[in-house]
Design a binder for this molecule. Structure first.
Ligand code: AMP
Length: 210
C-alpha cells in the first residue's frame, strides 16, 4: 500500500506517519528528513538545497524528485510506503503517479493559528528526526530523544519567518495537489486539531480499515 500524507507544516504528518508506520510495518519516508540528512552530510546535493530548506522554500523540483525516488529505490520501498512532505507540487504529484502511484492521499486538516503554536514549540531529534512538543508531547528526559538518545533541537527553519514562508508556499502549491487527489477519487480528509492519539484513530480508520 502506498499512502501520501498531505497537510501544512506542523499539521502532524510526521508524528502520524511514524505511528502508522509502527503499526502497519510500512516504511515512513519524510522528504524533509531525507533533505536534512543530505545537508548534514554535506553532499553536493545537500549544499545545493540548504538555502531553500533554511528559508522554508520549495527547492529545485527535478533534483528533489530524483533524490526522493533514488532513496525509495535504494531502500527497496517501491511496493509500499507512507510518504510525508512529498508531493508538494503538481510536478511532484505527476511524477509520483507515473513512477509509484499512491492509492490514497490523506489530508490532515488544521487551521493556521494552531500551526504556529505547534511549530514554535516543536523539538526534533538531530539524529533520527523523531518529533516532540514542549508541552503536548515532551520527551521523558529533557532535551534527549526517547527513541535513540539523540539530542533534541529546534529545527533552524522552525522560526516565525520561515513558518510564514512555509505556510505561504503550502497555500500556493499544495491546493492543486489536493485537487488532483480529489479528482481521481483518492483524497481522504481527517480533522487534525485534536490530540495525536485521536487524530491517529481517524487516520487508522481512513487507511488500515479501508
Ligand atoms: P518538512 O520537514 O516537510 O517541513 O520540510 C522542510 C523543508 O524541506 C521545506 O520547507 C522545503 O524547503 C524542503 N522540502 C521538503 N520536502 C520537499 C518537497 N517535496 N519539495 C521541495 N522542497 C521540500
Amino acid at each position: 500500500m502506498r499512502i501520501v500524507l498531505l497537510g501544512k507544516p506542523g499539521s502532524g504528518k510526521g508524528t502520524q506517519a511514524a505511528m502508522l508506520s509502527e503499526e502497519s510495518g510500512l516504511p515512513h519516508l519524510s522528504s524533509g528528513a531525507i533533505l536534512r540528512d543530505e545537508i548534514r552530510e554535506k553532499t553536493p546535493f545537500g549544499m545545493q538545497i540548504e538555502e531553500y530548506v533554511l528559508k522554508g522554500e520549495i527547492g529545485p523540483q527535478e533534483l528533489i524528485t530524483d533524490v526522493v525516488f533514488g532513496y525509495i529505490e535504494r531502500k527497496g520501498y517501491a511496493s509500499g510506503f507512507i510518504l510525508d512532505g512529498f508531493p508538494r507540487t503538481v510536478y511532484q504529484a505527476e511524477m509520483l503517479d507515473e513512477r509509484y502511484r499512491p492509492g490514497m492521499g490523506v489530508l490532515i486538516d488544521v487551521p493556521d493559528d494552531l500551526i504556529v503554536d505547534r511549530i514554535s514549540l516543536r523539538l526534533t531529534c538531530a539524529d533520527c528526526d523523531a518529533i516532540y512538543h514542549g508541552t503536548s508531547r515532551p520527551p521523558a528526559s529533557s532535551g534527549i530523544c526517547d527513541s535513540c538518545g539523540g539530542k533534541l533541537e529546534q529545527r533552524s527553519d522552525d522560526n516565525a519567518g520561515a513558518i510564514r514562508k512555509r505556510l505561504e508556499s503550502y497555500r500556493n502549491e499544495i491546493q492543486q495537489v489536493i485537487d488532483m487527489y480529489r479528482d481521481t477519487g483518492r483524497l481522504l480528509t481527517i480533522d487534525g486539531t485534536s490530540t495525536p492519539g485521536e487524530v491517529y484513530k481517524s487516520l487508522k480508520n481512513a487507511t488500515m480499515n479501508r
